[in-house]
Design a protein around this ligand. Structure first.
Ligand SMILES: NC(=O)C1=CN([C@@H]2O[C@H](COP(=O)(O)OP(=O)(O)OC[C@H]3O[C@@H](n4cnc5c(N)ncnc54)[C@H](OP(=O)(O)O)[C@@H]3O)[C@@H](O)[C@H]2O)[C@@H](O)CC1
Ligand SMILES: Nc1ncnc2c1ncn2[C@@H]1O[C@H](COP(=O)(O)OP(=O)(O)O)[C@@H](O)[C@H]1O
Ligand SMILES: [K+]
Length: 496
C-alpha cells in the first residue's frame, strides 16, 4: 500500500544492505531471481529472450535474469550499450553472467522473442535518446512483448511521465514497494501487469522512513469507515445539505444528494432556489427539500438544522452568489464533525481571486474543506501548478497546502492530498466513470462520509475508491444515476 519515491527507495535499499542479512549484490540477485521466476511462469515457451542491460543497477538486475534464464537452457541474448561502472554491484552481476554482451546497436527485435528491459529503472535522469531510444522504437515496431524490470525504461519513477521514449511492457516486476510511476498515467498504462516482489528488505525499514504516500486501497481508511451504533438516530448519523442550481440544472445536486444518502448519511436536505422547488420536488422522496436563495434563508437553515456536511457547486452556476455562499459556509463553524465539499462551479467561481477562498478556508472556525477539481478546474485555481509536466502528487500536495483543504485532483489516476502532506494515488479507477454527472456523485459520497464523522482525508480517499468500485461493479452502460444505487453493495463488502 505504501508508495515510495525513487529517493526513498534507494535510501531504504542502502539501509537494507547495511543492516543485512543481504548486502547490495545479494538484494540484486534476489531481485533478478524473483523477476526470472515471474518471467518463466508466463513466457517459458517464447522462442528466446533478449535482455537489454543499462549501465546502472537496473542493468545489474538484467545480468542476473540473463544468467538464470541461460542456466535453464533457454535461448538468451545479452545486449548492452555501456558496461556497468567498475566495482559496482552491477559489474559483479555482469562478471557472474557467462554470456557475452553484444552492443545495443546490434539488437534486432523479433515478435516471438521476449524483451527483458533492464536499461533504466529508478536512476533515469534525462530523456532517453540514441541507441536506447532506437531499441524502444524497434521493439514497438516488431511487436515483441516486453518484461520491464522495476519500471519500463523511459518512464519517470517519480511522475509517471514518458522521458523521450518508453517501453510499453506486458509485465513489470518491481521490488519491495510500488513507485509513483507505476500508478500515475501515462506510466501506469505502460507497465502492463505489475507484480510487486519481495526481495528480502525488512518492512521495519519502511516505518523508520515515515512514508506519507500510499496507493488508495481500503486498508488505508477502512478502520475509519462509519458504522451506525444501535442507539443512533437519523440526525446523529449525519445530516448532509446539497445546494441545487436553477430550474434547468437541478440534476447534479440530486445526484450528489442521492449519493450522500446511499453512503450512510442519516438525513439529506436539498437546498433549492424558489424557481427550482417544483422540479426538485417532483424527483425527491426520502431526500428533504427546502427553499434557500438568500443569505437569510441559508443562515436560518444552518441555525435550525446544523448540517454536518455541505456540498456546493454541482450544477450551481458560476457567479457572485456561489462565491458569497462558499465564503458564508466557511465562516460558519461546522456542526461538531463533518466539513464542506466544494466542487465544479464553486471552484471555478474563484478563478479571478483564489486567495479569497484560501483565506476563508484558514479561518479559525472554518469547517474542514474538501475541493474536488478535475484538471480544468484545478488550472483555474492553481494556474502555476497546472502544467502537466510536474508530478501530479507534487501539484496536488502544493495545492492542498495553499488551499488549506484536502485536494481531490480527479482523473484516471485521481490523487488525494492533505494539507499535512499525506497523499494517496487511486488505483481502482475505471474509464466507465468518464460519464456526465459522475463527479457530482463523488462529491456527494465524500459529504456523506464526512457527515458521519470520517476525517476529511480518509473520507476523500474512501469516497474516490467506493465511487470507482461501484463503477467497476456495474461495468458497460454505466450512467451517473447507477452509481449511488451500487454503493450499498460495495459498502457491505467493507463493513463487518
Ligand atoms: N541495492 C539496490 O540498490 C537495488 C537496486 N535495484 C535496482 O537498481 C535500480 C536503480 O539503479 P541505479 O540507481 O543504478 O539506476 P538505473 O536505473 O540503473 O540507471 C542509472 C544509470 O543510467 C544512466 N542514465 C540515466 N538516464 C539515462 C539516459 N536517459 N540515457 C543514458 N543513460 C542514462 C545513469 O547515468 P548518469 O545519470 O549517472 O550519467 C546511470 O549510469 C532499480 O531500478 C532496481 O532495478 C535492485 O537490484 C534491488 C536492489
Ligand atoms: N478514464 C477515467 N478513468 C477513471 N476515472 C475517470 C476517468 N474519467 C473520469 N473519471 C472520473 O470520473 C469523475 C468525473 O468527474 P467530473 O470530471 O467532475 O465529471 P462531471 O462534471 O460530469 O460529473 C471523476 O471522479 C474522475 O476521476
Ligand atoms: K527497466
Amino acid at each position: 500500500m505504501e508508495v515510495l519515491t525513487p529517493e526513498e527507495m534507494s535510501a531504504i535499499d542502502r539501509r537494507a544492505a547495511e543492516a543485512g542479512p543481504f548486502d547490495g549484490y545479494h538484494l540484486m540477485r534476489n531481485a533478478g531471481a524473483v523477476a526470472a521466476a515471474e518471467i518463466l511462469v508466463r513466457f517459458a515457451d517464447a522462442a528466446g529472450f533478449d535482455v537489454l542491460c543499462g549501465p546502472g543497477n537496473n542493468g545489474g538486475d538484467g545480468y542476473v535474469v540473463a544468467r538464470l534464464l541461460a542456466e535453464r537452457g533457454l535461448d538468451v541474448r545479452l545486449l548492452a550499450a555501456v558496461p556497468p561502472r567498475k566495482g559496482s554491484d552491477a559489474a559483479r552481476a555482469a562478471d557472474d553472467c557467462p554470456l557475452a554482451a553484444r552492443p545495443l546497436d546490434a539488437f534486432r527485435p523479433a515478435p516471438d522473442r521476449i524483451v527483458v528491459d533492464a536499461l533504466f529503472g529508478a536512476g533515469l535522469s534525462r530523456p532517453v535518446s540514441g541507441a536506447e531510444a532506437a531499441a524502444i522504437a524497434g521493439v514497438a515496431a516488431a511487436g515483441a512483448r516486453v518484461v520491464a524490470l522495476d519500471l519500463p525504461s523511459g518512464i519517470s519513477s517519480d511522475s509517471g511521465q514518458v522521458m523521450g521514449a518508453a517501453f510499453d511492457a506486458a509485465l513489470t516486476v518491481t521490488f519491495f514497494r510500488k513507485k509513483p510511476g507505476h500508478l500515475l498515467y501515462p506510466g501506469r498504462a505502460r507497465c502492463g501487469e505489475t507484480v510487486l516482489a519481495d526481495i528480502g528488505i525488512a518492512g521495519a525499514l519502511l516505518e523508520a522512513a515515515g512514508t506519507t504516500l500510499w496507493e488508495n486501497l481500503p486498508a488505508l481508511w477502512r478502520s475509519a469507515l462509519p458504522t451506525a451504533g444501535p442507539d443512533t438516530h437519523k440526525y446523529n448519523r449525519g445530516h448532509v445539505a446539497v445546494f441545487s442550481g436553477g430550474p434547468t440544472s437541478t440534476g447534479a445536486a440530486r445526484l450528489a444528494a442521492r449519493a450522500a444518502a446511499r453512503s450512510g448519511a442519516g438525513a439529506v436536505t436539498l437546498l433549492s432556489p424558489a424557481s427550482a422547488l417544483m422540479v426538485n420536488a417532483m424527483h425527491l422522496t426520502a431526500i428533504m427539500l427546502r427553499r434557500a436563495e438568500t443569505v437569510t434563508e441559508v443562515e436560518q437553515f444552518l441555525a435550525d438544522r446544523r448540517p454536518a456536511a455541505i456540498v456546493l457547486g454541482p450544477g450551481f452556476g458560476v457567479g457572485d452568489w456561489v462565491r458569497t455562499l462558499a465564503l458564508l459556509l466557511l465562516r460558519q463553524a461546522a456542526a461538531e464533525r463533518g466539513g464542506l465539499v466544494l466542487d465544479a462551479d464553486a471552484i471555478s467561481a474563484f478563478a479571478a481571486n483564489p486567495g479569497e477562498l484560501f483565506d476563508a478556508a484558514r479561518g479559525e472556525t472554518a469547517p474542514p474543506l474538501v475541493l474536488t477539481p478535475h484538471e480544468g478546474e484545478f488550472a483555474r485555481l492553481f494556474p502555476d501548478l497546472a502544467e502537466r509536466e510536474g508530478s501530479k502528487i507534487v501539484r496536488a500536495r502544493r495545492a492542498a497546502e495553499r488551499a488549506g483543504g484536502v485536494m481531490v485532483l480527479k482523473g484516471a489516476d485521481t490523487v488525494i492530498a492533505s494539507p499535512d502532506g499525506r497523499a494517496a494515488i487511486n488505483g481502482n479507477g475505471t474509464a466507465f466513470l468518464a460519464t456526465a454527472g459522475s463527479g457530482d456523485v463523488l462529491a456527494g459520497i465524500i459529504a456523506g462520509l464526512l457527515a458521519q464523522g470520517m476525517p476529511a482525508f480518509e473520507a476523500s480517499c474512501a469516497g474516490v475508491w467506493l465511487h470507482a468500485e461501484a463503477a467497476r461493479l456495474f461495468g458497460p452502460g454505466l450512467i451517473a444515476e447507477d452509481l449511488p444505487e451500487l454503493l450499498p453493495e460495495v459498502l457491505a463488502g467493507l463493513i463487518d
